[in-house]
Design a protein around this ligand. Structure first.
Ligand SMILES: NC(=O)C1=CN([C@@H]2O[C@H](COP(=O)(O)OP(=O)(O)OC[C@H]3O[C@@H](n4cnc5c(N)ncnc54)[C@H](O)[C@@H]3O)[C@@H](O)[C@H]2O)C=CC1
Ligand SMILES: O=C(CO)COP(=O)(O)O
Ligand SMILES: [Zn+2]
Length: 340
């Protein structure tokens, strides 16, 4: 069954809506999960840090949550994901209070702490306080754009999987997802000013796009509308960070943005995407000062090449990478796109 959020607040000082929403949902005693830097945005209920939760110990998670009637996640992607994970295992409703807009986990029914991601429940309520979000580090707000532009290639990969291997496909979810991305890309590309001059409007549009993306995932019952080969590349980079113990602190959305530059180029070569769109994807990322090269992400060329050659093996998801690409081809694509 599709579950989508019952309450969505996207407003200045939106946090003030929390108590009314809790009362409408008849929730009285939530447990808050936050990060250390985002503790100051947490509402005044019992609270723990996400870094103190042992994700492998479900018995302790159930003990920890047994006296609470809801879980609230406050913070960036990790806080929200770990809050959602705790809510999922303890079967309590989850309320999402993002303090930034770095990825679509703020609204999706998905937990993406490791691959393959878990399909859980959508947050019952999302409170996006624009006053807090617009003041969050710019880097997080540009990473969010990377997670939105991903929808373009994710939908193309999904369509390809439908045509080439008969995978189930939802036209409504796909249209919704790519429209969200195209509108945000065009907004950024056509803004005469540096987006930092209009951070308020940008933040609002970004939050709406990320929440919309999360809802397309809920409608599809899969991350297909928002995660394709560009996400496989990002997940491959995360895998290699652990494998080689790399001290690279690139964000999910930043990696997905660079992944989208690569995947959109491959789709363009196969005739699935116009030159104008691939140029606008890159331009929108550049305008927000998001990374567009592997060097800006912090990776050496050989790691980027390896990531592109292993990306198709990260999970069972058919994409434009099909059964994988050779090291030579990966190197040539990364050079053609200016990623290396
Ligand atoms: N469930 C889903 O569909 C998805 C979930 N994710 C999750 O998101 C994670 C990545 O999230 P990110 O936010 O990129 O990184 P993160 O959560 O690892 O780091 C964000 C950092 O920014 C800080 N921060 C957040 N808001 C702030 C504010 N207002 N002021 C100052 N600092 C602030 C946080 O405390 C944290 O240190 C992934 O590891 C994954 O778990 C990512 C994509 C989709
Ligand atoms: O990041 C996501 C969507 O933006 C989650 O997708 P995954 O299924 O690739 O983890
Ligand atoms: Zn993502």
């Amino acid at each position: 069954m599709i579950t989508i959020p019952r309450y969505i607040v996207i407003e200045e000082n939106g946090i003030s809506a929390l108590y009314d929403i809790l009362s409408k949902l008849n929730l009285k005693n939530p447990l808050v999960i936050s990060g250390k830097k985002t503790k100051k945005y947490a509402p005044n209920f019992d609270r723990i840090y996400y870094s103190d939760v042992n994700l492998d110990d479900i018995v302790s998670i159930n003990k920890l949550t047994k006296d609470y009637d809801a879980i609230i996640g406050v913070g960036g992607g990790k806080s929200i994901d770990i809050g959602k994970y705790i809510a999922y295992h303890s079967k309590k409703p989850f309320i999402s209070i993002p303090t930034t807009a770095s990825n679509d986990g703020i609204a999706s029914p998905v937990i993406s702490l490791k691959q393959p991601s878990i399909m859980a429940e959508s947050p019952i309520a999302i409170i996006a306080d624009i006053t807090t979000i617009e003041k969050s580090p710019k880097r997080l707000l540009t990473a969010g754009l990377g997670d939105v532009v991903s929808n373009i290639t994710a939908v193309l990969d999904w369509d390809l999987a439908h045509k080439e291997i008969g995978e189930e496909y939802s036209e409504s979810s796909a249209i919704f997802s790519k429209t969200i991305a195209k509108e945000l890309i065009e907004y950024v590309v056509n803004e005469p000013d540096d987006y930092e001059c209009n951070i308020h409007e940008y933040s609002k549009k970004l939050v709406k796009a990320l929440i919309g993306s999360g809802i397309t995932i809920a409608i599809a019952g899969s991350t297909r509308p928002a995660s394709g080969s560009e996400h496989l590349f990002s997940h491959a980079l995360d895998y290699l960070k652990i494998k080689y113990d790399l001290k690279v602190n690139s964000l999910h959305g930043e990696q997905c943005g660079v992944g989208t530059i690569i995947s959109s180029y491959i789709h363009h070569i196969e005739g699935n995407l116009s030159k104008e769109i691939i140029e606008h994807i890159k331009l929108s990322l550049k305008k927000t000062k998001a990374p567009t090269t592997g060097h800006e992400l912090g990776f050496d060329d050989d790691v980027l090449i390896e990531a592109l050659t292993i990306a198709h093996k990260i999970r069972n998801r058919y994409t434009i990478l099909r059964n994988g690409i050779s090291k030579e081809k990966a190197e040539s694509i990364l050079k053609e796109t200016g990623v290396i």
